[in-house]
Design a protein around this ligand. Structure first.
Ligand SMILES: Cc1ncc(COP(=O)(O)O)c(C=O)c1O
Length: 456
């Protein structure tokens, strides 16, 4: 059977494929439950289902598709790689294409190839975070890791152990031991109940004090791992001074600072990497999603001093995906040459401003936040009383209804954050102003409809 012979079934409907999917695939399926469609084709920011309906895609492969779907340069790159006669994958053997991709990727890291080297991992963000932790343990000879509430680092035993969300953890015993969680600043839900600058200052002080306190009860960790903007955790941006303090303290104690840029990296935040907003240099940078231009790839950027691996200290069969390195190269080039980080910044500012206007109209929008094209809209129940810092209780039921209404209004987006009460926008970086206007129109209509459906 060839791809061309897989024609959509006669009179095919979304329901037809979703029913078959539910019969043939495990109960673990997640997205089809919230976005019940079968995709026939996609282009740019648009996805078309098997019934011919078009959707505006602000999920974009969970932030993977920096250039949107099937960008001509990406498709051309795949065709060129195939025509070149290169093998499809090469373990970790090199090729001229890999060499060019490696050099290009290194040039985006602070200090470039003088400062960093790369490690190609198995092709998932989770494998790369696993590798980063193993490296930090190897380098320091220590055993534990500090991670942050609300953080997301993947679904394998080690990466899930470092992830905040409890729903996937509750049913799996014996995750990686030695993970110490600390509170992450949150402008709307300050974990200390202080809010504002006072909350950030207290958390900044707390981190330093905790690491230096000889009675903290926690031995020096091998690593601190964090996202400069938490994605799955509900789009929570780390304050600059908090990040800078973490950098200063980890450096002082020779603790490996790992920045997980799997979601926020590659222009999405308005800068190439989200850590650049704080002007810090991580010891290890975790990269996946956009780095492969839509194909599976995961890479660590390692400050040379920390490259403590023995040969084959972390392997994996699929570390040499040539198609992904080709598409990754094109995506890196396009982000740079077309200044897509700037586009993300400008379109993001417009979207946030419009969403804030909607918050005035719909008090169930409790908070709009994010950077660039990583935007979160927290849905609350404004009929309840606010807590001591003025934040309203989350309304997960309404958030779910808004996501469903958006789907019905042909807008694909995801939820995240505590109890799934944050609507998340992860639009492709190439999104146009006109498409942003359409996002707002569809979102506004959906909020009104969901409110009516849930609250009458
Ligand atoms: C910040 C972050 N780290 C790690 C991962 C895990 O990546 P993967 O799903 O490719 O394993 C994700 C996935 O969403 C992520 O957002």
């Amino acid at each position: 059977m060839s791809v061309n012979s897989v024609n959509p079934a006669t009179n095919s409907t979304n329901e037809y494929y979703l029913t078959r999917q539910s019969q043939m695939e495990s109960n673990v399926r997640s997205y089809p439950r919230k976005l019940p469609l079968a995709i026939a084709r996609a282009q740019g920011c648009w996805v078309t289902d098997v019934e011919g309906t078009q959707y505006l895609d602000c999920l974009a492969g969970a932030g993977t598709l920096a250039l949107g779907h099937n960008h001509p340069a990406v498709i051309q790159s795949i065709q060129d790689t195939l025509a070149s006669g290169l093998p499809l994958h090469t373990l970790d053997l090199t090729t001229p294409l890999k060499d060019a991709f490696t050099e290009a990727l290194l040039s985006f890291l602070p200090g470039g190839k003088e400062e960093y080297c790369l490690q190609f991992c198995g092709p998932s963000g989770a494998d790369a975070t696993e590798a980063a932790i193993k490296l930090a343990k190897t380098y320091t000879g220590r055993s534990s890791v500090i991670s942050f509430s609300g953080g997301y680092h993947g679904m394998t035993h080690g990466s899930l152990a470092m992830t905040g969300n409890l729903s996937a953890k509750n049913s799996v015993n014996n995750l990686m031991p030695g993970v110490q969680f600390m509170p992450y600043p949150h402008e709307y839900r300050c974990p200390l109940g202080l809010g504002g600058e006072a909350g950030v200052d207290a958390l900044t002080y707390y981190f330093e004090n905790f690491i230096e306190d000889v009675e903290s009860g926690v031995t020096k960790p091998a690593a601190v791992i964090l996202e400069a903007i938490q994605g799955e955790g509900g789009v929570v941006t780390a304050p600059v001074k908090w990040l800078q303090k973490i950098r200063e303290v980890t450096e002082r104690h020779n603790i490996v600072l790992i920045l997980d840029e799997v979601q926020a990296g590659f222009g999405r935040s308005g800068k190439m990497f989200a850590f650049e907003h704080a002007d810090i240099e991580p010891d290890v940078v975790v990269m996946s999603k956009a780095v492969g231009g839509g194909l599976p790839l995961a890479v660590l950027g390692i400050k040379r001093k920390f490259d403590a691996w023995q040969p084959a200290g972390h392997t994996g069969t699929f570390r040499g995906n040539q198609l992904a390195m080709g598409t990754g190269l094109v995506v890196l080039d396009t982000i740079k040459n077309e200044n897509l980080a700037q586009n993300a910044q400008e379109r993001g500012e417009f979207l946030q401003a419009e969403l804030k206007k909607l918050a005035n109209e719909f008090p169930c929008i409790g908070n709009v936040r994010g950077r660039g094209l990583m935007i979160g809209v927290e849905i609350v129940d404004e009929r309840q009383s606010a807590d001591r810092i003025g934040s309203l209780p989350a309304d997960a039921q309404l958030a779910a209804a808004i996501q469903t209404a958006c789907f019905n209004n042909k807008l694909l987006l995801e939820k995240g954050g505590r109890n799934g009460s944050v609507i998340r926008l992860l639009c492709p970086l190439i999104i146009t102003q006109d498409e942003c206007v359409q996002v707002i129109e569809r979102f506004k209509k959906s909020v009104a409809e969901a409110l009516k459906a849930v609250r009458g």
